[in-house]
Design a protein around this ligand. Structure first.
Ligand SMILES: Nc1ncnc2c1ncn2[C@@H]1O[C@H](COP(=O)(O)OP(=O)(O)O)[C@@H](O)[C@H]1O
Ligand SMILES: N[C@@H](CCOP(=O)(O)O)C(=O)O
Length: 320
């Protein structure tokens, strides 16, 4: 019997202007997946979920519906047909959900990435992370109906990840500037990714499109040249933010509070309800966090919120 634990941290998809094409990982919090390999198969499927903690019973226990187990099933199929590894034993999966659900923190992607690095380790590491990430992206289709990569890719690979193409998948990792810190404010409400995607426009004007890709290009340039002012002024989202802000109570109050506290820029984390801001020092990021927390508690709904301040995680999913 062999046991391995995988860990993958929260991620922020979109990064304001990069809808579905840009995301980054932070160092904490993250999900843990413990895989135990048994010699004898005890079920029709080679993977079973033996426990999930931290989800309040909300997540599916069906191995084909939980992203953590679903991606391991896909991985086992892949190594059987492509790596000549025909696993005939059984894998018991325990999931420790440390990430809040439907939070805008890439919760489903973290479970998938943690499970994949653990399964890869159990099988002797036959796959690279670039191979594993394909399964994590497919896991998002199970989670929210669309295989968007801007959580799954940074959850697996760390850093910023730009998705140049989805077909075929073409991922470009971008290391963060040394002094870039993320403040993440998670209000104690849920906003399902699938619903937050349903409110988006299906078409946009040429004017909006040119604004958006101008900011994406400028943001990438700012990241690559450590131009913190350019990073900040590029965090402008003309597509998703205007449609999703009404779904987050107090969004504009919290965003203004972050900017007044000195944030370089601020927008919705993924599909929300979390909100993220960038700062160019840890101390500034902490002050921004206090301002965001206060702003959430000052609105009519008096929302409580959790705050995390973190550099960008460069390691990605790992064995712990
Ligand atoms: N292991 C998992 N962790 C989180 N969500 C999961 C998991 N497996 C399936 N899901 C489903 O994924 C959907 C997307 O939610 P989630 O990914 O938590 O949002 P977010 O990515 O904004 O944190 C939810 O409906 C949830 O039930
Ligand atoms: N690009 C996606 C990102 C979803 O992130 P999540 O953390 O809310 O799942 C989108 O904007 O729908």
């Amino acid at each position: 019997m062999k046991t391995v634990t995988g860990f993958a941290s929260a991620t922020i998809g979109n990064v304001a202007c990069g809808f579905d094409v840009l995301g980054f990982a932070i160092t904490e919090p993250g999900d843990e997946v413990i895989l135990t390999q048994r010699e004898k198969r005890t079920d029709l499927l080679p993977v079973s979920i033996t426990s999930i903690t931290g989800d309040g019973g909300a997540l599916p226990r069906d191995p084909k519906k939980n992203t953590s187990s679903f991606v391991v099933l896909k991985f086992l199929e892949y190594i059987r047909t492509n790596k000549g590894i025909d696993f005939e034993g059984h894998i018991e999966l325990q999931l420790k959900k440390n990430l809040p659900l439907s939070s805008g923190m890439g919760s489903s992607a973290a479970s998938a990435a943690a499970a994949l690095v653990a399964a890869n380790e159990l099988m002797g590491n036959p796959c690279s992370k670039m191979e594993l990430v394909h399964f994590a992206i497919e896991g998002e289709r199970v989670a929210c109906g669309s295989a968007h990569a801007d959580n799954a890719a940074p959850a697996m690979l760390g850093n910023f990840v730009l998705i140049r193409s989805y077909n075929p998948i073409d991922l470009i990792t971008i290391p963060p500037p040394d002094n870039l810190f993320c403040t993440l404010a998670h209000p104690h409400i849920e906003l399902r990714t699938a619903y937050a995607r349903s409110v988006l426009p299906r078409t946009i004007s040429l004017k909006t499109a040119t604004e958006q890709w101008g900011n994406v290009g400028a943001l990438i340039s700012g990241l690559l040249t450590s131009d913190y002012e350019l990073i900040g002024r590029s965090l402008v989202d003309a597509i998703a933010e205007p449609k999703r802000a009404p779904l987050i109570p107090g969004f504009y109050s919290v965003k203004n509070a972050a900017l007044e506290a000195g944030a370089l820029g601020c927008s919705i984390a993924g599909s929300g309800p979390s909100i993220f801001a960038f700062s160019s020092s840890y101390e500034a990021a902490c002050e921004v966090g206090e301002a965001m927390k206060q702003a959430f508690s000052n609105i009519r709904e008096k929302l409580q919120s959790d705050i995390w301040v973190s550099p960008v995680c460069k390691e990605g999913a790992k064995i712990i």
